[in-house]
Design a protein around this ligand. Structure first.
Ligand code: C5P
Length: 240
C-alpha cells in the first residue's frame, strides 16, 4: 500500500493575528507545518508527503523542512500553492505519484492529529470508500443566519438545525486518487472565490458517497490565538 499525503500550507492564517503565515508559527519551538508533516510521516502506510507552500515561498519551506528530521523516511515534495485552498490542493495533486492507492489531504493547521486517526482514514479508503472524513459531534448548538452580518450588529436567526444530525469535520480526509482527481478536473473554477472549504465537499458534488469515521479532539485546527495555548498544552501532556 502507498498512501500519499497533500498538506496545503499556503494560507495566511489572518485569524491567528498579523505576522508570519500560520504554518510557520512556532509551537514548542518547532513550526506548525513541521508538526503536521511529522504527524503524517509517523503513519506507517504513508510513503509520500507533498507540502503546498505559499506561492512565493517554496524554497524557504523546503529549507525549513530539511532542517527538521522526520520520524520515518518518506519522499518529501514541496510545490508552490495558489490563492485558494482548492487551488493549492489541485497544485499538490499534480505531484501525486502514479502508484499511490490512497491520497490524504491534511491541513497544515492541524499539527497534532494522532497517528491512529490518520491510519483509520487510510484504511477505510483501502477498504473501498471513495471518500472518508474524520468527524466529531458538535458540542455547541448551531444557529442558521440569512447572511453574514456587519460587525457589532445584532444578527437575525433563521433556524436551529438538530444538533444530533450535525458533525464537525477534520483532516486528514482520505480519497481514492481517481475520485479526488476527477473532482478537481470537473469542478475546476467552481465554488466561488474561496473555493471549497473541504475536499470531501467536492467529491460529494460528483454524487459519490462520503463516509465519516471518528475524529479526535487533538486533531483540532489551530485558527485563533487560544488554539496555540491549547496546542502547547497538548504537547506538554504528551511529554509526561
Ligand atoms: O483557512 P483555513 O484555516 O481553512 O485553511 C486550511 C488549510 O488550507 C491551511 O493549512 C492553509 O494553509 C491551507 N490553505 C492553502 N492555500 C490557500 C488557503 C489556505 O494551502 N490559498
Amino acid at each position: 500500500p502507498h498512501t500519499a499525503v497533500i498538506i496545503p500550507a499556503a494560507g495566511r492564517g489572518v485569524r491567528l493575528g498579523p505576522g508570519i503565515p500560520k504554518a510557520l508559527r512556532l509551537l514548542n519551538g518547532v513550526p506548525i507545518l513541521v508538526h503536521a508533516v511529522r504527524a503524517m510521516a509517523a503513519a506507517r502506510s504513508v510513503a509520500t508527503v507533498i507540502v503546498v507552500a505559499p506561492p512565493d515561498g517554496a524554497e524557504g519551506v523546503r529549507a525549513l523542512l530539511d532542517e527538521h528530521p522526520l520520524p520515518r523516511p518518506v519522499a518529501l515534495h514541496v510545490v508552490p500553492g495558489g490563492t485558494t485552498r482548492q487551488e493549492s490542493v489541485r497544485l499538490g495533486l499534480a505531484a501525486l505519484p502514479a502508484d499511490a492507492d490512497v491520497v490524504l489531504v491534511h491541513d497544515a493547521a492541524r499539527p497534532l492529529v494522532p497517528v491512529d486517526t490518520t491510519e483509520a482514514v487510510a484504511a477505510a479508503v483501502r477498504d473501498g470508500a471513495p471518500a472518508v472524513v474524520p468527524a466529531l459531534p458538535v458540542t455547541d448548538t448551531v444557529k442558521q443566519i440569512a447572511a453574514p452580518a456587519r460587525e457589532g450588529e445584532p444578527v437575525p436567526v433563521t433556524g436551529t438545525p438538530d444538533r444530533a444530525l450535525l458533525r464537525a469535520v477534520q483532516t486528514p480526509q482520505g480519497f481514492a486518487p481517481d475520485a479526488l482527481l476527477d473532482a478537481h478536473r470537473r469542478l475546476a473554477g467552481l465554488g466561488g472565490e474561496e473555493g471549497a472549504t473541504d475536499d470531501a465537499g467536492m467529491v460529494e458534488r460528483l454524487g459519490l458517497p462520503v463516509v465519516l469515521v471518528p475524529g479526535h479532539e487533538e486533531a483540532f485546527k489551530v485558527t485563533r490565538p487560544l488554539d496555540l495555548v491549547l496546542a502547547e498544552a497538548v504537547l506538554a501532556r504528551r511529554r509526561i
